[in-house]
Design a protein around this ligand. Sequence first.
Ligand code: GTP
Ligand code: MG
Length: 557
Amino acid sequence: MRGSARDSACVRARRSSPRISPKLDSQVSTRKKTFPEVQAERLEQAQRTVLINCPAKINEKKILKYLSRHGKINHHYFYETFGTYAVVEFSEKDSIASLQDVTQTSGTKEECPVPFKSRLFTLTLKNPSTQDADQAPVHCHKQSTILLNDLVRKLCSSDSVSNQLYTLMNEYQLTEENTRLRFLVCSLIQDIARAYFPECTVKPFGSSVNSFGKLGCDLDMFLDLDEIGRSSTRSKTGPFNIEYQMKRVPSERIASQRILSVIGDCIDNFGPGSVGVQKILNARCPLVRFSHQPTGLQCDLTANNRIAMKTSELLYIYGSLDSRVRALVFCVRCWARVHGITSSIPGAWITNFSLTMMTLFFLQKRKPPIIPTLDQLKDLADAEDEHIIQGSDCTFVSNLNKIKLTENTETLDVLLSDFFEYFGNFAFNKNSLNIRKGKEQNKPEPCPLYIENPFEQAHNISRNVNQGQLNRFVALARESAWILQQEDKGHFSLSNGQPWGLAALLLPSVTSNSVKGKTQKRASASERIKSLMASLQGNKENNLVNNGGKRTFSNQA
Ligand code: GTP
Ligand code: MG
């Protein structure tokens, strides 16, 4: 999107020209692509891509020459997980069939291969001893975030809080290569599902595509069977109607459960690299969870989940409108994770999704607003943007060019500080947050935190949050607002390499630890601060001084 870091990553990654017709391409180039267009382009690209496990030391030129016997290679890169992998995008899909034709199946006396031919290969050297001198370690693209201490160190060398937020976002956001990998996994799962449903598609949703994804986040996938129903246009001529005989079940949910159960078994039994397959079919949204070992991605496959897909598109639009949106969301999510406000384990915590909604709501409330309300986006919609899904109105404009950009010029320093101030004092006891209207409203039911689902308004996306967790969030927000205000007043010295601004907010909190009351956590937190201070101050001996609940540092022995 406009000026985003991801765009420059695209350029760095020598992106191939998209495989859409030249006419369509020229029409599209005059405007920003819509979310469905970006998705379709990436999915098509993923279908022309293979994943190859190869030796860590390899002659890159030779491997490319060897593979180009099957067709032109548009793009390739290497990465490391459990082994070294090459991701190779061919220019034509036929090249994959050609490569598969010359690929062998191997087995041993003890192990028999399940002969499912996928796009996941292993490449080895025929004569490692004679070929060794020829090989060199390949450059591997990073697929995970830097360590927190390294991040804090980097933030300390920034020159403003605003730049700290952009630094954090640049370190944490999905790279072009990681995004490609996510689409590739969807496409590999799609190959399995297409054995039963040849017209289905498997698409990523959630943070993998909504522009708020952090390296290492899970991969949410949606098995879309909708095209199957749509392709049957009723014949208007002739004296007969003809329709498929199909099994009938009482609800869409049951149909999804049955389909996911079978696809889950196929992934488990045939899908190379997919391990730990769990079928969680009784959840509110039935899913198959597994780990895709070659990419290191934790995957959740759902079906019948089109509202979540529209939610991803909506968040993508918000994230594309103004660079401050993503920077603030990344910052809030990182801050919440560091302080244990969110967790990867399900529980009474505030989720990343809820935090994103809270941040968007806050940005709608600025004067002038930084992003429009959902109702305003609906007013800009065309006829083709109209979507009613399972009775919910999911209509909003898809063309980014139609959305007027904000006149608000506030800096991220101000926005971050005000975010904490705003939610540190929000009347959670009586008000709910509603991004459709961009207004707080009376809570329809008593629960600690009420954030209306933008499309299913009777649904509270933070129903899981208990009072204790909300109190921790509020206490931390107040403490963080206080820290930023002290710095503004110049009460903290920014010299001596002491963590400041966002870096100070990512240090363990005295307040949150006392809310948790866990002495062990406090001890490990102070260990972390000590090691960080040691590295920040050239390994001088450092002591943390707890000054009445405020975070101050001393480097006296
Ligand atoms: P991370 O995975 O934590 O990075 O963020 P995420 O946005 O991907 O969240 P998650 O994996 O939990 O959920 C994936 C998507 O499902 C979200 O982006 C939402 O679109 C949708 N979703 C998650 N939780 C809810 C919920 O409580 N209600 C509804 N309606 N949708 C949800
Ligand atoms: Mg997710």
